[in-house]
Ligand binder design. Structure first.
Ligand code: ADP
Ligand code: TRP
Length: 321
């Protein structure tokens, strides 16, 4: 099975990214044909600082590799190193209704934040459809927030196939039903764009500060607390086995629990959970050229897979003559 997903290099990767997408991608490489890439063209819709984008791209690559993505077993590259994806985007633009894009939640959310939208922002889901369809991908592991984008991709693929003849595989999203969207330290969705994240590889002090900032209620220590309504509990639970989760929930309900103690334990958990990956990352960081080499080789493999689809598409629509 061909499994594909991408991540934006618009800031440091966080535990929402890890549990929402990276963890299952890394697991898939043992059993599937895995395509994993860093979507820097997409990040252009929100990042205008070139240093930040370039650094973010390398950082995201380091993160994935350190967490266990094996470039021998999978195809791992930077989106803009296969620029054919923008060619396909243009072609797909012509089977995409503007109304479909205007209904996108993430577009509407940005409007609600008062962002003056660029054409790139509106067109974001078309580029994402091109990412997916160019490689005839079957399964797309993503977090819940990407569900609508996947539906748009399917709509575009179905419309294209209907108009020009069977061309694209219709992909399916894979969303872990047991993982609600991970919330950030301020209680909104954890996102690189909200400055509310718990980074996977933050240094000790930054991580402690991040955790100290997790918003909790002001119920007195001695009183019973409701774990179901506590974001600190939800975040901690990501790192616990089922039995440990039940124990912690019981302690919440019994009263006498200090949030500061839960935060201290959470720090220890996170530090240990990503411990060996952290060491791996420190080693890789010393050799940025090796990382660049891995990405270039990945792009070559990706391009070889992409070209036959693009040729077929061009012929289908009449660009071949
Ligand atoms: P961000 O919102 O931080 O910029 P991306 O849009 O790059 O994250 O998302 C990369 C992947 O991580 C996607 O599959 C997305 O669904 C998943 N993801 C992002 N934030 C979360 C979250 N808070 N909880 C669960 N999954 C998430
Ligand atoms: N839009 C996705 C996100 O923000 C990133 C992305 C771009 C993607 N292209 C993709 C995810 C293709 C899966 C498949 O998370």
């Amino acid at each position: 099975m061909r499994v594909l997903s991408g991540i934006q290099p618009s800031g440091s990767l966080h535990i929402g990214n890890y549990f929402g997408m990276m963890k299952s991608m890394i697991q898939y490489q043992a059993t599937s044909e895995l395509y994993c890439f860093i979507v820097n063209y997409h990040a252009l819709t929100s990042v205008t600082d070139r240093e930040r984008l370039a650094r973010g791209t390398m950082e995201a690559a380091l993160d994935f590799l350190a967490l266990g993505l094996d470039p021998e077993q999978s195809i791992f590259w930077v989106q803009s190193d296969v620029p054919e994806v923008t060619e396909l985007t243009w072609i797909l633009n012509n089977v995409t209704a503007v109304g479909l894009l205007l209904r996108s939640h993430s577009y509407k959310d940005k409007l609600a934040q008062g962002i003056s939208p660029s054409h790139g922002l509106l067109s974001y889901p078309v580029l994402m459809a091109a990412d997916i369809l160019l490689y005839q991908s079957e399964k797309i592991p993503v977090g819940q927030d990407q569900q609508q984008h996947l539906e748009i991709t399917r709509d575009i693929a179905i419309k294209f196939n209907h108009t020009f003849g069977e061309t694209f595989v219709i992909p399916e999203a894979e969303i872990n039903p047991d993982l609600p969207t991970v919330l950030g330290i301020d209680g909104r969705k954890m996102s690189k764009s909200y400055d509310n994240t718990i980074e996977i590889f933050a240094d000790e002090e930054t991580l402690k500060n991040n955790l100290a900032g997790i918003v909790t209620d002001s119920i007195p220590v001695a009183d019973p607390k409701d774990p179901e309504r506590c974001n600190l509990f939800a975040i901690t639970a990501l790192f616990l086995e089922e039995e440990e989760k039940q124990d912690l929930a019981d302690r919440y309900r019994a009263g006498g629990l200090k949030y500061s103690e839960v935060k201290k334990n959470l720090f220890a958990r996170i530090w240990e959970y990503f411990g060996s990956a952290r060491q791996q990352r420190q080693q890789l960081e010393r050799d940025p050229d090796l990382v660049r080499e891995i990405l270039r080789a990945g792009a070559e493999k990706a391009r070889a897979k992409a070209l036959p689809t693009l040729e077929l598409v061009k012929e289908r629509v009449g660009l071949g003559y």
